[in-house]
Write a protein that binds this ligand. Structure first.
Ligand code: GDP
Length: 296
């Protein structure tokens, strides 16, 4: 796994006693370890390839400064390239629009969508003083609607009253109207999930998006699903268009592979990370932390 990648890289390169510029041979030896570690962490192959190419072009020919060893030098280049690929700065949710600002939550069932909706609502309300309304658009699973109401009560955020027989677009319109009338700043729309990306799901989400013109479309993805998370991200971004990613289960023992792949494949920022089941287990995304986890 990723544990000790830094040490491995240093180990390989510090055997070099000569100083001067790093040669392609030195760098390739180190990159074999980097590639192996990334693949073990379930990073998408195309991302592994482009990442190692980027590191190679930066490292070959780089002069090893006196204060560091060749190994430390390569570790720094790998670290900096990781941070850059992951996105350098924390990217907050954009609420810069006339209220009520709609935020659409999309993703597969079980990814942590409903939990993340409530966590984000709580944070916007408690930390930023926004008045938030949440609505579940999951017409196929009454339990999902109920779950959002329960979480709403738990965190003290209003939820749209459940009315049987409405479709997702009708509920979304009702939510926006209720938010307007009630003087809410933000409306969070928790769309239905499926176990796989399918045409019906995409059509429904696209329709809700067209009707509500959300300011943010946040894709919720489970960090532990590795390459699947990447395929999901690609599908949602291609079909619906997402503005950011919420990565859940970062508290699990995944090694950051999904974060790296999703960011590289979609180019969309990871805005927040879920770090547990509790309602306050939500953090800003810190690229350097994930980079350190990857480097071990
Ligand atoms: P949804 O079907 O996408 O709406 O998923 P849920 O929000 O119902 O979450 C599914 C399960 O994952 C629940 O048991 C959540 O408590 C759990 N969960 C959600 N986010 C996280 C997280 O960041 N870390 C952990 N450990 N569990 C999470």
């Amino acid at each position: 796994m990723f544990d000790g990648l830094s040490e491995k890289l240093s180990g390989i390169l510090d055997k070099l006693t000569r100083r001067g510029a790093l040669t392609e041979e030195d760098v390739n030896a180190a990159l074999r370890e980097v590639r192996r570690a990334l693949i073990e962490a379930d990073v998408a192959l195309e991302v592994v390839r482009s990442f190692t190419d980027k590191v190679r072009s930066r490292a070959v020919g780089a002069e090893v400064v006196k204060s560091v060893t060749p190994g430390q030098m390569v570790v720094k280049i790998v670290h900096d390239t990781l941070v850059e690929t992951l996105g350098s700065d924390a990217d907050p949710i954009n609420l810069d629009a006339v209220p009520p600002v709609p935020i659409l939550m999309v993703g597969l069932q079980g990814s942590g969508k409903t939990t993340s909706t409530a966590k984000i609502a709580r944070r916007l309300q408690d930390r930023q003083g926004r008045k938030v309304l949440m609505a579940s658009l999951d017409t196929r699973r009454p339990a999902a609607m109920e779950q959002l109401s329960v979480l709403g009560q738990q965190v003290g955020v209003a939820t749209l009253p459940i009315v049987a027989g409405q479709n997702a677009v009708q509920i979304a319109r009702r939510a926006l109207e209720a938010a307007r009338l009630g003087g809410f700043d933000v409306v969070m729309l928790d769309t239905a999930g499926r176990t796989t990306v399918d045409e019906a799901l995409m059509t429904e989400v696209a329709e809700v998006k067209a009707q509500t013109q959300p300011h943010e479309v946040l894709l919720v993805a489970d960090a532990l699903t590795g390459q699947d998370a990447v395929n999901t991200a690609r599908a949602f971004d291609g079909r619906v268009g997402v503005t950011g990613i919420v990565l859940t289960r970062v508290d699990g023992d995944g090694r950051g592979g999904a974060a790296l792949s999703m960011r590289a494949v979609t180019g969309k920022p990871i805005k927040l990370v879920g770090t547990g089941e509790k309602m306050d287990a939500l953090d800003e995304f810190h690229p350097a932390r994930i980079a350190n986890r990857i480097l071990g």
